[in-house]
Each structure stands twice: as C-alpha cells, then as structure tokens.
Design a protein around this ligand. Structure first.
Ligand code: NAD
Length: 427
C-alpha cells in the first residue's frame, strides 16, 4: 500500500498554523488566561485508529488502516465525512476534522467536527460486495463512538449514499434500534434528505453567486473551469450550467481534462461519466482533450473540487482565472494561498464555499429527529439563506479587519469555538 505521509502532514501543519495565527490575532491567551484554548482546539478530543481485514471477492485479504478523528464537540456533536482513498493518513484525517469544526462554526450550525478515512491501496477498485463489507467493518470498529447525539458521519471522497445505507443498517444491528439519524447523506428511502446528494456542489455555486452579487459582477456568459468531476465538481458544474448562464468550458479529473470553448454540455457529460466511468471523461465525444493543466485554463472563474494540496507554491503561478472558489477541502497549501493573495487572486474559501454539504446533512438530522420530510424546494431555500448569511457576515468581517475572506472565516469560527470551550470549563 502506498501512502504519502508528507501530503497529510503538510495539510495538518497549514491548518494548525492558521489556528495558532488566528488565536494570536484574537488574543485568546489574554482574554482567557491559562485556559490553553488553542491547544484544546488543535489536539483532537479523540483519535481512533484500527485495522480492517477486508476479504476480497477472490478470497484474498486486504489489510487496511481505518481512522476516525473527533476534533472537538464544544459547539455540538461531532460531524464529518468518511473518505476512502490511497492518500488517507492520520494527519490528513486530523486536518479535515479540524476544518469541519471551523466550517460548522462559520455557517452557524450547532455541531462540532470530525472526519473518518480508510487508506486503500492505490489503484484498487472494490466491487459492490467489497464496498459493502468495508462499510460494515468500518462501523464495527467504531460502534461505541458513533450515534446521533455523539458523532454523525456522512459521505466524502469515494463514499456515497449506498455506503451510508450499509453503515446505518449495520449500526442499527449493533444497537438494536433503527437509528437512521446516526448517518447523513443516506438514500431518500432510508431517511435521507432531498437535496443532500447535490448540496455541496449547489452550495459552491450559491457562494459564487453571493460573491458576484457583492462584487457587482454578472455571472451570465462568464466562463468556469472545474477541477474534479465527482460529487462536488459535477453538481457545481450542473448548477452553474443550468441556472446561472455561465459556460463551463473546462472540466478535469485525475485522468485528464476536457474543454469546449462554447461550454460543455454538462448533463451529457455527467451521463457519459456515469455510464463509462471517470477514466472516460477525456474521451467525451463533444469535448476536446486539454493540452495544458486545468489550472492554466483562461476562464473567469476556477473551481477547485478535487483534493487538498492540488495547488502548491510550484503551480499557483499557472492560475489564470481571477476568481478561485474552493469546492474541495484545503485545495491550496498555505504557501500557495499566500502567493495567490499576493498576486491578487480573489478566493472564496473552502470553509464557506463547500459548507452546503454539512448544512443539508444537518437538515437531514433535524428531519430524522422529528420524523419529518422537507421538500427539495424548502431544503434549497433554507440552504440559500444560510449560505447568504454566512457569506455576508464574512464579507463584513473581512471589510472590518481588512483581511481575506479565509482569514475572516477563521476569526469568526475560532472566536465562537473558544467562547464555547471556555463556557464548558476545563473538560
Ligand atoms: P469524489 O470522490 O466524488 O470526487 C473526487 C473527484 O476528484 C473525482 O472526479 C476524481 O477523479 C478527482 N480527482 C482526484 N484527484 C485529482 C487530481 N489530481 N486532479 C484532478 N482531479 C482529481 O469526491 P467529492 O465528494 O466530490 O469530494 C471532493 C472534495 O470536496 C474533497 O476535498 C472533499 O473533502 C470535499 N467535500 C466533499 C463534500 C461532499 O459532500 N461530498 C462536502 C464538503 C467537501
């Protein structure tokens, strides 16, 4: 199994540096002397790591390392997705868990932060029965740590509604209760919410629309390039294509990039990838394979919706779009972010832009708790309200502190988390 510990460590270092800087800016040590608030935000409440022996269909066993990091629950139960990827390591999961705590505070959800992951061998594609066994084994390793009032996982990279269905089912078998609220991002027929599957990508474009509104910028006719065509990237592309009048000219995934100057037919591209797999993206009949990396696409907006650290100090200079919106978590390294800001790029940060997923997950929890069902229209209307309010708060804070939206988001979130931590006392 190949992993890249450097990537996860670099990501965690960036997040922790940001937390320390923000705590210093907020003078937390002076305001709460001796309370060690920054350490209590950085060191997770709990780290669970365990082995999964996964039986393959051919009888062979894959020995996998699984993680769940519960960053903190000062503002509410732990919440965060589960990722299956060859790059998963403890540092990566720890960084993502901390970002979840920050994100929930940025959009004002009464939740803390967590993240889970399983490091799978590079290039391994599991069959449906193998994915089911992996989902169930993951829950077995964590059954005492999860629950609707404790820690509620959701989908992330390479996991989906079906994986959540198996996990919720298995959790119910262990607890003896039908507790669907222990997982979100479930299929509709198992208590999932309308609008959850597309919520993150839709929320990305809602954040972009609000950004454009504040900048007096007309999105209609503007061009968009999207890195990553999975759950987040494809739904962001679809909303941009069908509801904003933007032209999605470039789309990439781990196998390459396609473009169409007149704008790609996104519903057709989604259908093509669903039928033929991610590898076939570059063979889309109505597009051409890009000659350059998508970062160099000459568009008005670039949406980064793949993985963390996609943009580093080495390639940030390739970005030509003046506006960058982060659908992925941590797509720019700290160094790249500093260089991008210096170069005048206008960045809508991940902890705001991709908060649509956790927001609709929260709606799912509320519906499950109340045995209720909301319409898609109602879900999207509430999501729009939350995204707009969060954006407006950050824009105002950025104006007041003369800082970037990312800095404003950290200032708001860390201040709120610190206050909750202090009120709870030395736990
Ligand atoms: P996914 O597995 O559905 O899709 C990932 C996409 O990224 C795929 O198209 C893959 O081919 C592509 N990709 C991987 N490596 C790449 C590379 N080097 N260059 C270009 N493309 C590459 O995952 P997802 O759920 O869409 O998540 C994407 C990002 O968004 C992650 O950072 C995730 O943490 C974040 N996110 C997801 C959600 C959610 O609800 N799914 C919510 C918030 C944030």
């Amino acid at each position: 199994m190949e992993t890249n510990p450097k990537t996860g460590k670099q990501f965690l270092d960036s997040v922790n540096t940001m937390l320390r800087q923000t705590s210093a800016d907020l003078k937390l040590e002076e305001r709460y002397p001796g309370h060690q608030l920054v350490e209590r935000m950085i060191i997770p409440d709990r780290v669970v790591s365990f082995r999964i022996s996964l039986q393959r269909d051919n009888g062979a066993i894959d020995v996998l390392t699984a993680y769940r990091v519960q960053n903190n629950n000062f503002r509410g139960p732990y919440k965060g997705g589960i990722r299956w990827h060859h790059r998963v390591d403890l540092a990566e999961v720890q960084a993502l868990a901390a970002l979840m705590t920050i994100k929930c505070a940025v959009v004002g959800l009464p939740l803390g932060g967590a993240k889970g992951g399983v490091a799978i061998p590079e290039g391994r594609v599991y069959s449906v029965p193998e994915r089911e066994r992996l989902s169930r084994k993951y829950v077995e390793g964590l059954v005492h740590d999860l629950g609707p009032k404790k820690d509620i996982p959701a989908p992330d990279v390479n996991t989906d509604a079906q994986a959540m269905a198996w996990m919720a089912d298995h959790y119910g078998k262990f607890t003896g209760e039908s507790i669907t609220a222990a997982f979100t991002g479930k299929p509709l027929s198992m208590g999932g919410s309308q609008g959850r599957a597309e919520a993150t990508g839709v929320g990305v474009i809602m954040a972009l629309e609000r950004h454009a509104h504040h900048k007096h910028l007309e999105l209609k006719g503007k061009t968009l390039a999207i890195q990553g065509f999975g759950n987040v990237g494809s739904h962001a592309a679809l909303k941009a294509h069908s509801e904003t009048g933007m032209k999605v000219t470039h789309v990439s995934n781990e196998f390459g990039c396609v473009f169409q100057d007149e704008g790609l037919d996104i519903p057709a591209l989604m259908k093509w990838v669903a039928q033929n797999g991610q590898k076939a993206l570059i063979k889309f009949p109505d597009g051409q394979e890009c000659k350059e990396d998508i970062l160099s696409a000459d568009t008005d907006v670039l949406c980064l919706a793949a993985l963390e650290n996609a943009v580093t100090a080495d390639n940030v200079g390739c970005i030509r779009a003046p506006i960058v919106i982060e659908g992925a978590n941590g797509p720019l390294t700290a160094e790249a972010d500093a260089l991008a800001v210096k170069a005048g790029l206008d960045i809508v940060p991940d902890i705001l832009a991709n908060a649509g997923g956790v927001t609709v997950s929260y709606f799912e929890m509320v519906q499950n708790e109340n045995q209720d069902r909301w319409t898609r229209e109602y879900v999207l209307e509430r999501l729009r309200g939350i995204m707009n309010n969060a954006y407006d708060d950050l824009r105002e804070a950025a104006r007041k502190h003369k800082c970037t939206l990312r800095r404003a988001a950290f200032l708001k979130a860390v201040d709120e988390i610190a206050a909750a931590c202090d009120l709870r006392g030395a736990q």
